[in-house]
Design a protein around this ligand. Structure first.
Ligand SMILES: [Zn+2]
Length: 338
């Protein structure tokens, strides 16, 4: 026994401050719980592909599917019944070209999916990812110069067209994800000029060049055909730069900020939370994070339910208001005791 008597100990050596008192029962623990995750916080990602009757499981993301538009009404109804309020859409185009033309076609896969979803479940919030990488033949997030470098301002013009086409299809929120400088400002201007001043922008403000996106590239068929995305996505080593990215996007009119990925970047979520107390912050619990827990759970190495809920709580405790997660449907079921 220690001979040092601290303020929290009586002279007899026993502690006065006993934190275990409030951990004694389920009831007490619930009463003093600081952080809660509910279905209201969750956004479910959907991968949409052309065709009909398609429900194709993504090998590296067990339980996640590419769906054709005709499969969406049933999926949307299920999501909504579970109490999930929002989805974010990713599209697999029919064909790809250097500019990514399907990304802004009125009958593009995302535009079609938005219409189907809003028709089926009008209250479901439909967020669209605004980027070119799934639509370009080279798989990069913008227009390239001869050297293969993503041209910034030329790409902005295309992103404006994409965002407007999503708005015209009925999207509730647009989410530019390309880490192109000025993307929030450019999209805000384009939306405002076309009577979409009411449409919020969720900016992928802080998106790292992460290896945790691996499974997504299979899911969305979006791997770059050469090189990588380090000339526009952030260096995982940088934290102060994240604050600068977030500050810029807020200044350009972002209504919500996102940090992507989540688990290796909880400190960044916390820093954004502290610096922007009044702006909703979303964490993207990415495909690699999902795949790790799924694989370990399938091997019987971890308890899926407990580890998933612990990671979601961790993201909220770090400061996220919203969590984009492939676990959303499972978590919503668990919240309901199903
Ligand atoms: Zn991209």
């Amino acid at each position: 026994m220690s001979l040092i008597v601290t303020e929290t100990q009586t002279a007899g050596g026993y502690p006065v401050e006993r934190l275990r008192r409030l951990r004694r029962s389920d009831g007490l623990r619930a009463l003093v719980r600081e952080t809660h995750v509910t279905s209201d916080d969750l956004i479910y990602p959907l991968f949409v592909t052309h065709g009909s009757g398609i429900q194709r499981e993504i090998t590296s993301m067990p339980g996640q599917y590419q769906l054709s538009p005709d499969m969406l009404p049933r999926e949307a109804a299920l999501i909504s019944e579970l109490g999930i309020r929002a989805v974010i859409l990713f599209g697999l185009p029919e064909s790809k070209d250097p500019v990514g033309r399907e990304s802004f076609r009125p009958d593009g896969i995302v535009q079609r999916a938005v219409r189907v979803l809003k028709d089926a479940v009008p209250d479901l919030i439909v967020i669209t990812d605004v980027c070119l990488c799934q639509y370009t033949s080279h798989g990069h997030c913008g227009i390239l110069d001869e050297a293969g470098y993503v041209l910034n301002d030329e790409t902005l013009e295309v992103l404006q067209t994409v965002a407007v086409s999503h708005a015209e299809a009925g999207a509730d929120v647009v989410a530019p994800s390309g880490m192109i400088d000025g993307m929030v400002k450019g999209i805000r201007q384009a939306l405002d000029e076309r009577d979409f001043a009411h449409l919020p922008i969720l900016s992928y403000a802080v998106k790292y060049a992460s290896a945790f996106y691996g499974p997504f590239r299979e899911a969305a068929d979006g791997a770059p055909s050469f090189g990588d995305r380090r000339t526009h996505q952030m260096d995982p080593a940088n934290g102060r730069e994240a604050l600068r990215e977030a500050r810029l996007d807020v200044g350009e009119g972002a209504d919500m900020l996102m940090v992507k990925p989540a688990l290796a970047y909880l400190d960044i979520i916390r820093q954004l939370r502290d610096e922007h107390p009044a702006i909703p912050i979303a964490a993207y619990n990415v495909s690699g994070e999902y795949a790790m827990l799924k694989a370990a759970a399938q091997n019987g190495w971890i308890d899926e339910r407990k580890t998933v809920l612990e990671t979601l709580i961790g993201m909220k405790r770090a400061g996220a208001d919203l969590i984009i997660t492939y676990h959303a449907k499972d978590a919503a079921r668990w919240f309901r005791g199903l």
